[in-house]
Design a protein around this ligand. Sequence first.
Ligand code: AP5
Length: 215
Amino acid sequence: MIYLLSGPPGSGKGTQSDMLVQSMQFKKLSTGDALRAAAKMGTEVGRQAEALMARGELVPDFVLFEIVKAALRDFGTARVVLDGYPRTQQQAHDLETLQAEFPVAMFILLRIGDREIVARIAGRRVCSQCQAVYHVQSRPPRQAGVCDACGAALEQRSDDMDEKIARRLQVYRKETEPLLDFYAQRQLLREIDAAQAEGAVFVRLQALIGEGGDA
Ligand code: AP5
């Protein structure tokens, strides 16, 4: 079964999907992490993706579909959370072509207002080595600027600067928000108030997964 975790930039998709991996043995694919890893490796796809991501634009649908198909086949029969996929109508249709093999259990929207988004993204720090995610206020590392897990330096993502946040939000509204109707029509849409603390959001997420009969 596949669980789709969606929401605007900074809504907590990465944080919550990591908690599903740690507490509920989910397999996770974050398409943003996969693209950043490809960029770091310097592959052709990675180089093209890096330029688009730095501008806050989406990477082409066919690139994402290849990444998603490969990961799902790798994960086999495990419960899977897709963090940040699909993000366009085309991606939703692409995923539907795999429905027989990889059925979607629900599309979960992390709903949050713009002001909180900006505060979360501006305060986010990411480990330059292991990609662990922190926040200067809500999840500070033990030592400022240093990753608790591996000791490497923390940094800000290049797309987390003010002007890029505005563009990412615009793209989200135009390309990804229409998916709410798409999944509502299929009775797969669920929502969580993501402005709550991490733990409260996770309690609600676990409850939704339980209601789906797949806990
Ligand atoms: P991606 O990396 O997915 O970025 P995003 O969607 O903009 O989401 P973020 O990673 O910014 O935020 P998040 O929701 O994961 O929040 P987080 O948990 O980190 O994608 C980057 C780019 O890749 C895209 O712009 C695009 O170019 C490309 N891309 C990716 N997928 C694509 C696709 N399918 N198609 C095309 N292109 C694609 O939390 C944010 C901060 O808040 C953290 O500091 C965290 O500690 C803190 N926080 C989290 N939860 C809480 C809470 N409840 N209370 C207080 N603080 C919290």
